[in-house]
Design a protein around this ligand. Structure first.
Ligand SMILES: *Cc1c(COP(=O)(O)O)cnc(C)c1O
Length: 330
């Protein structure tokens, strides 16, 4: 069975397991886990920010990151199919007490005119105030699409005079970096706070990070504990992340090539596939997913009219070619 449902399905390689087994550890709630601190310092530096915080999930990194910018009864603007709006089960409303308004773009892109039209400055006791804009790069539900750096820079230039903060959901920012060659610190420069995942394409079993200012991270450390995310000998997990940063970033280019190959086999223009996710329109999504599984390829339905195909570390070129020929036949 070739499993193309998600890049979260990867299991740690034997080299990664060896790195985990060797990790020097301590109690991270005491901030005494040396491997976790090393990972946090390294990731903060990669993005040109002061500090970072290891979290068990990307969803928690996003909740901590967005709440560092947006208070109770304030709002964050985001694209309508953003992960924070659709896939975090209302955590931002339930925990932070914020509201969201959205713009829509079929490729998950930044629409600065729409954002400007939605933007609500402080109007005292009359309207909800916009305090942040959240963007997602790459955009998951739009099909792994990349947000061009120039659009992020234009958003940042708009945000500074309006005193709006920017949250970047970079669960797959590594994929955008490899696909475009944009240095990570350039992405860091356009965001006040970021979240990145180690457990997607990078192949770590667990782990994400929030990245931001020293003050924001110090406060997030308190909120992480408050929400039950204070973990102890996390160096075992951080070691997997450090190993992934050393060995699994550049190879994302292979996943992107495999995704284009699969897209082409399914009759799509491979040029529309930016990274490792292919969204294929199918009016028979459920039946197509079943037929593919019977033929040896697992993919997932995203709603009744589309299926999603995701390439990752555990899918070799031979697997991708085999899956492509099976899907092409179907
Ligand atoms: C996967 C993902 C997250 C975080 O997901 P967790 O399962 O909570 O780690 C956040 N944003 C996007 C865009 C994602 O794809």
């Amino acid at each position: 069975m070739i499993d193309l449902r998600s890049d979260t399905l990867t299991t740690p390689t034997s080299d990664m397991r060896a790195a985990m087994a060797k990790a020097e550890v301590g109690d991270d709630v005491y901030a005494e886990d040396p491997t976790t601190r090393r990972l946090e310092e390294r990731v903060a530096e990669l993005f040109g920010h002061e500090a970072a915080l290891f979290t068990p999930t990307g969803s928690l990194a996003n909740v901590l990151a967005v709440r560092s910018l947006v208070g109770v009864g304030q709002e964050v603007l985001c694209e309508s199919s953003a992960h924070i709006a659709r896939a975090e089960l209302g955590a931002h409303g339930a925990i932070t007490g914020l509201t969201m308004r959205t713009w829509s773009h079929h490729r998950g892109q930044i629409d600065l005119a729409a954002i400007d039209a939605l933007f609500a400055p402080d109007m005292g006791s009359f309207f909800v105030r916009t305090t942040a804009v959240s963007v997602e790069n790459t955009h998951n539900f739009a099909g792994g699409t990349v947000l061009p750096l120039t659009d992020l820079q234009a958003l940042h230039a708009w945000a500074v005079p309006t005193r709006t903060k920017i949250h970047l959901d970079g669960a797959r920012l590594w994929n955008a970096h490899v696909a475009t060659g944009t240095p990570l610190h350039e992405y860091g420069a356009v965001a006040d706070v970021l979240a990145v995942c180690l457990s997607k394409g990078l192949g770590a079993p667990v782990g994400s990070l929030m990245v931001g200012s020293a003050d924001a991270i110090a406060e997030a450390r308190i909120w992480r504990k408050r929400l039950g995310g204070g973990m102890r000998q996390t160096g075992i997990l951080a070691a997997a992340g450090l190993h992934a940063l050393d060995h699994h970033v550049e190879r994302l280019a292979d996943d992107h090539a495999h995704a284009r190959l699969l897209a082409e086999a399914c009759g799509l223009d491979p040029a529309t596939v930016d990274t490792n996710i292919v969204v294929l329109p199918r009016t028979d999504a459920g039946a197509f997913v079943e037929a593919a599984a019977e033929a040896g390829v697992r993919i997932s339905a995203v709603g009744p009219r589309a299926v999603r195909i995701v390439t990752h570390l555990d899918v070799s070129r031979a697997d991708a070619k085999k899956a492509a020929s099976i899907l092409a036949k179907l």
